[in-house]
Design a protein around this ligand. Sequence first.
Ligand code: NOJ
Length: 549
Amino acid sequence: MSDPQTPWWRSAAIYQIYIRSFADGTGTGVGDIRGMRSRLDYLRDLGVDAVWITPWYPSPMRDGGYDVSDYRDIAELFGTLAEAERFIADAHAHGLRVIIDIVPNHTSLRHEWFAAARAAGPGSPERDRYIFRPGRGPSGDSPPNNWNSVFGGPAWTRITERDGTPGEWYLHLFDSSQPDLNWNNEEVRAEFDDILRFWFGRGVDGIRIDVANGLVKAAGLPDLPTDADGSPLEPSEIADHPYLDRDGVHEIYRRWRKIADEFDHRPVFVAEAWVESLERLAAYVRPDELHTAFNFGYLRTPWSAPELRETIDATIAAMSAVGAPATWVLSNHDVERHVTRYGRAETAAGIGASRPDDPGPVDVELGLRRARAAALLMLALPGSAYVYQGEELGLPEVLDIPENMLQDPVWVRSGHTQRGRDGCRVPLPWLASGPSFGFGVGRAWLPQPADWGRLSVQVQRDDPRSTLALYREALRLRRELPALGNGAMTWLSQTDDDLLVFTREPEFMCVVNLGTAAVPLPDHWRMLLISNPLDEGLLPPDTATWLVV
Ligand code: NOJ
């Protein structure tokens, strides 16, 4: 619980709603606004402070809505603008703040600007809103440079001009249906200023910025340096990367911060920025820029006490150096669910196309045990934390979606070598039975495992040992205890211990056993919560507890 003077976002527990997979209120098989509204009581009772909703705009859904065709409206599949406004009001009435997602790096191919760019021809102001270039080679049939799409294949696609001749190429760091905008163009900047005001004016409390590190590209779009085989080097091997984390992005966010500060309810930003170091990340949350940024370094850290401790310390140091709160995240719609990750021999995450080819077998029971302990660790750390829908149910990654049902563009663009991210996007089970376990009245857009009824909200709600009960109790205590949320922590364990032990004032201690043997608990007055039962009075492996000391 934080002091009422502290802004809410410095200690918030934020629930990520992947809208297509949360709750289907209209029987389309896809989640929607009506479904979200019907579950607001669930979210209030879970005890989170805010929700972040992934893109809900009109979109051809080639990349799950991260391909936006109109930033000021709602996809028909999800509802209407009026319903979105009612949702924001209802969420507020439930004591929940609302964060929406904005996608400034690229639009959809179906955005009216892209149609205008195609029609207007080379050199036109319409084309200048995107990044069009002539191809290389005598007939221009090679891409303008050697950049690759994050989803696989070249980052360039050639268009046919209106007269039927092969034309210019456009840049797309993601799918070919997601053309990159040109952030050197003032019209692009002004358009997003207006989009921010449109949503802040409708009461949203925050905006998550998609690919916040990618907007600015180096002048001249130089080739990436290559290795001896001619393949582009990894971002970590490139000093002055031509499109990732360029200093020019900060000017944009300083401008955006001023816009947020125009509003009395002081909406906030959270950056999605996969960058090379915590110091680079901290630059995004300097006092005159964004408020928070996802801490992907934490999600990438293996289930190892020394490594977690190092990441926690480095995070807190880097964020406090710029006066920003730390954030913690274990799962989202782009990475393998942590129950599954923690059940593998290699427990650090791979994302999207960068997942290892053969990540090895999974011990789901072990993964869940660790995930429950990880939840207590994360929710006890200073700062704000993200809960990805379904993690409170202990859902694992779905690894066996039939190939012909995979929808992530990663699957096609990788030449069917990477299955992509559908396995963490499978619709939630609300009921023990039914065609989609209560997700909707009919089937869901991705198949759910046959045994998911046992993980449903209905089954877990009344079971005090369930993962849902653990999250509820942890979130309730997090709100109630003055020690939790914003503030400081003090380590009691040593840097090379297999235990993580820390205190927070007043009277709070968290102990996590990441070793292989059960250990005695430190002296304490009372146990508040434990992720798995004690074993003859000892704290077993892969277990966490919260104590009053
Ligand atoms: C990050 C989003 O989280 C991901 O789902 C999306 O595919 C890319 N950005 C491109 O917008």
